[in-house]
Ligand binder design. Structure first.
Ligand SMILES: O=C[C@H](O)[C@H](O)COP(=O)(O)O
Ligand SMILES: C=C(OP(=O)(O)O)C(=O)O
Ligand SMILES: [Mn+2]
Length: 449
């Protein structure tokens, strides 16, 4: 074996360990063919970009920047269109502008985008009217329609995941470097929104202030081209390990392994077993890694995760994304933060205020209350303030479209409205107005910190 082949084999050590939440592909030979094809595809990201994001996250870990990570719960193949991608990006850029300006902090912008196609589920099957079928596991695995054909896992979908990720990332790169994301467009992102929404009007006020600040900087001689491009990164849950490891490559510069399916990947609450395949896989790659931590996480588990994933204690390598629920965060988070801090590790602490606050409305819709989301973020800030640690960022499920999936917000959505535009393939997302509301409130919390 050549040195590189040996190192690459290191990317497959997970295969001997139990892997939770993997699809039951009916045809193993078809799966092997797909993996071989994926292995021949070009990388979606460059390892150097992953390093750059790790450095940016290092600044977050040191308390010098804030992470904004957001996007769909589950991206869908039929939503890979210019309008949807632009709306999501625009929402994240607007939130980033609010946080940077009103929170006075550099914001590292990372989408749950261009790869967020695979879902862990709480049940393996779904029953409707006495018919039981495999549960929907994301467009990378099976179809959302409730038919035996759609719900049968099909490995060909992994190739569509790659293609959908590539198209999405291509447009995101075009927008963020080609002028659309130019800070001087700060008003243009809001044009369709300002009249119809209170948060849009509040944003417009802020955009005017940003304009004045930019005019001031121009007058001082700052080159306006400085504002032209935005650094934006792609992230997703590394769930289907056959896909992730097929896209894991040896970096020619360093000889190290990178998962080139996205800049950052995270391990979910349901797959973070210390002796499981997902943590093993993540331990072998150099990308920045996130791990979701739910309310049952013990401090010892968090410390072992650090040993496994960040043995060199490198700020920016490991992000803990806590998702405790509004009712539990104040009780559960302090012990984790205290013990991790005492161990000398410098992780990024991020609040996912979505996944601990999901409930089913009487109508049957899975939903979340904006006030619970906000309360969890508040609890997160309170805990970090109390301990003198840095509240490093937020991780949210959102979309740029005016959906009615979460209740509450300044432009209030009521439980009775949920059916109007409920479009998510999995979890309920904040719509654009709710996302902007959240950004303003988080900016205030950050400033008060
Ligand atoms: O983000 C995803 C969901 O939280 C996860 O798939 C669990 O959802 P479920 O309980 O509907 O399966
Ligand atoms: C499944 C998800 O989260 P968690 O692993 O925290 O439940 C998710 O982020 O969509
Ligand atoms: Mn989700």
């Amino acid at each position: 074996m050549t040195v590189n082949a040996e190192i690459h084999a290191g990317g497959n050590t997970w295969r001997s360990l139990p892997a939770a939440q993997q699809p039951e592909w009916p045809d193993q030979e078809a799966l092997r063919d797909v993996i071989a094809e994926l292995e021949s595809y070009p990388p979606l990201v460059f390892a150097g970009e992953c390093d750059q994001l790790r450095q940016r996250l290092g600044a977050v870990a040191r308390g010098e920047a804030f992470l904004l990570q957001g996007g769909d719960c589950a991206e869908a193949f039929d939503a890979v269109g210019a309008d949807q991608i632009r709306n999501k990006l625009k929402t994240l850029l607007q939130m980033g502008a609010v946080l940077t300006y009103a929170g006075s902090v550099p914001v590292v912008k990372v989408g749950r985008i261009a790869g967020q196609y695979s879902k862990p589920r709480s049940k393996p099957t779904e029953t409707r009217d006495g018919v039981t079928l495999p549960t929907y596991r994301g467009d990378s695995v099976n179809g959302f329609a409730f038919t035996p054909e759609a719900r049968t896992p099909d490995p060909q979908r992994l190739k569509r995941m790659y293609q959908a990720s590539a198209s999405t990332l291509n447009l995101v790169r075009a927008f963020t470097t080609g002028g659309y994301a130019d800070l001087r467009q700060v008003h243009a992102w809001n044009q369709d929104f300002v009249k119809s929404s209170p948060s849009g009007q509040r944003y417009e006020q802020l955009a005017r202030e940003i304009d004045r600040a930019m005019n001031f900087m121009n007058a001082c001689g700052v080159d306006p081209e400085e504002f032209k491009t935005v650094e934006f990164y792609a992230s997703h849950e590394a769930l289907v390990l056959d896909y992730e490891s097929a896209l894991t490559r040896v970096d020619s510069r360093t000889g190290q392994l990178y998962d080139v399916s996205g800049h950052m990947v995270w391990i979910g609450e349901r797959t973070r077993q210390l002796d499981g395949a997902h943590i093993e896989f993540a331990s072998k790659i150099r990308n920045p890694i996130g791990v979701k931590l739910g309310p049952t996480t013990t401090a010892d588990e968090a410390l072992t995760l650090i040993e496994r994933l960040d043995p060199d204690r490198e700020p920016g390598r490991l992000t803990f994304i806590t998702r405790m629920g509004a009712g539990k965060i104040r009780e559960k988070l302090p012990a984790l933060v205290e013990k991790v801090t005492a161990s000398g590790a410098q992780v990024v602490w991020v609040c996912d205020p979505m996944h601990g606050n999901t409930f089913e409305a009487a109508s049957g819709h899975k939903t979340r209350r904006f006030d619970d989301v906000l309360d969890e973020v508040k609890g997160f800030f309170e805990v970090h303030k109390g301990l003198g640690t840095h509240p490093g960022g937020i991780h949210v499920e959102l979309t740029g479209d005016d959906v009615t999936e979460c209740v509450g917000g300044g432009d209030e959505i009521f439980v009775d409205d949920l059916h109007q535009r409920y479009e998510t393939a999995c979890d309920p997302r904040l719509n654009r107005s709710q996302s902007l509301d959240l950004a303003f409130l988080v900016a205030e919390m950050y400033r008060d910190q």
